[in-house]
Ligand binder design. Structure first.
Ligand code: SF4
Length: 475
């Protein structure tokens, strides 16, 4: 079977907010362009560089920090490890000096306001998130390369059809939910076990386990930081961070010095419905407030939807007795497979499919993962993913001022709650009687994406983005 091999670490990428397609993707595209210059041995010959942004990248690039990400990428910084506290100082330096150190080794003149062009009315046919790097060399030669940020931090170069790093042969090739179920039935393995077997094509199991736990470490640190950070979000909308106040209220103002003590305190608070509901919202708000503040987050499967999966996993840990490394690994493996099936059968890019492709997919991933961890059968796991997406179909992307704040942050709370409800429904149901399969809902999501007006696809040209009067202050 021909298939695109997608690893769990393609779905869950450690990076920087606020957007996987508009921040992380362009950052990675800049790094790939540097790699290309290095391979050609011409980086030292570069005299000047221009970056052209098309389509959705032009329309909402400022709000998503696309220009910032490109400068950091061209400087050779790694989005996974670069200290987020140094982002603004570094950008200020480039602006002040009008110089950029290409890949940290070759200085070129660079005026961000002139050399990064937002082509608001131009779009390239392959994908709405396109960017072209254009360099002039010492001998008057010019080189241009175009990249596409296709959602979730995935980047492909003009002419490529898929992520070129993933040309491995998997023991269990999977394109659809039906394929996945086939392997589960044939082997008797759970979904997470099938995924783990596939992951061994890239690396030994022990390394995969370490890396998955590291992914969860970044997610939980993000939740904890978001629950303990006050202030307004950047960008000029003056949105107040809310997770900190909700956290304080729920733990009666008591300070807890570390994540483990804090989690124990949450768990000891009981299982009242509204108490749990408030905590799930608090976890999701915390992650997405961090995301909106250029904080360190994990794409899940995107940055805008980064709060859903951590919130549901944190819910599982706190309220379903899930404090167990095995279960955490199982949860994230299962979630990643469902996300990759959506990517292959539809899209995880809001610029292609609206918010159903972000929050909808993350909710389906979380629903599936929770169902497996709660003891559901493989069919119930897929059913949970189907239910979660079914009730996100048609959800548009309309971020006010192009910032990943309104409606994005609250929308993660909704995605998390729907995931938990979908899990419960699936656990209480017999999948044999289900009328809608996961593959059918993925096809429906894609059909809906194709029919959706482009103003609802991460352009900030429709919906809430045009109906809420705003006055942006300088930030
Ligand atoms: S509305 Fe949804 S898809 Fe659009 S930026 Fe916000 S979270 Fe992402």
């Amino acid at each position: 079977m021909s298939h695109e091999a997608i690893s769990i670490f393609d779905m869950f990428k450690i990076g920087v907010g606020p957007s996987s397609s508009h921040t992380l993707g362009p950052w990675k595209a800049a790094l790939r362009f540097l790699q290309s210059l290095e391979q050609k041995g011409i980086i030292q010959q570069v005299q000047s560089i221009e970056v052209l942004l098309y389509g959705s990248l032009a329309k909402t690039g400022i709000g998503h920090g696309t220009d910032v990400a490109i400068q950091l990428g061209l400087s050779g910084e790694n989005p996974e490890t670069f200290d987020v506290n140094n982002i603004q100082p570094k950008i200020n330096d480039i602006k002040l000096m009008n110089k950029l150190m290409l890949n940290g080794k070759h200085e070129v003149d660079f005026n961000p306001q002139e050399d990064i062009e937002f082509l608001f009315s131009e779009s390239l046919p392959f994908h709405p998130n396109a960017l072209t790097f254009l360099v002039h060399l010492q001998d008057d030669e010019a080189i241009a390369e175009t990249y596409y940020s296709i959602g979730g931090g995935f980047v492909i170069k003009e002419g490529e059809t898929s992520n070129e790093d993933n040309e491995v042969v998997l023991p269990f090739p999977i394109n659809t939910a039906e394929n996945l179920l086939h392997w589960c039935m044939k082997t008797g393995m759970s979904i997470s076990e099938v995924v783990m077997e596939n992951e061994t094509s890239w690396r030994p199991e022990i390394i995969t386990r370490e890396k998955v736990l590291n992914t969860w470490r970044v997610m939980k640190e993000c939740i904890y930081r978001g629950c303990h950070t006050a202030g307004n979000l950047p960008g000029g909308l003056n949105v107040k961070r809310r997770a900190i106040d909700l956290n304080k209220k729920l733990i009666n103002g008591r300070p807890y010095l570390d994540y483990d003590n804090w989690v124990n305190a949450i768990t000891s608070g009981g299982k009242d419905f509204t108490y749990i509901l408030d905590w799930v919202s608090c976890f999701a708000l915390a992650v997405n407030e961090e995301n909106a503040s250029f904080g360190r987050v994990v794409t899940a499967p995107t940055n805008g939807a980064a709060g859903v999966i951590p919130a549901v996993l944190q819910y599982y840990i706190c309220f379903c007795n899930g404090k167990n490394e095995e279960k955490i690994i199982q949860f994230l493996l299962t979630a990643s497979e469902v996300g990759s099936i959506f990517k292959k059968g539809a899209t995880i890019s809001a610029a292609m499919g609206g918010c159903q492709a972000e929050i909808g997919v993350s909710s389906a991933m979380a629903a599936a993962a929770l169902t497996e961890c709660m003891g559901g059968t493989q069919r119930q796991v897929l059913m949970a993913a189907e239910i979660a997406m079914e009730h996100h179909l048609g959800l548009t992307c309309d971020p006010i001022a192009g910032l990943v704040q309104i409606p994005c942050i609250e929308r993660n709370t909704m995605g998390a709650i729907k995931a938990i409800t979908a899990c419960q429904l699936a656990l209480q149901s017999k999948p044999d009687f289900a009328k809608v399969s996961l593959d059918a809902v993925i096809k429906t999501m894609w059909d809906t994406a194709l029919d959706m007006n482009s103003k609802y696809k991460e352009t900030a040209d429709g919906g809430l983005a045009v109906n809420i009067p705003i006055s942006l202050s300088e930030c």
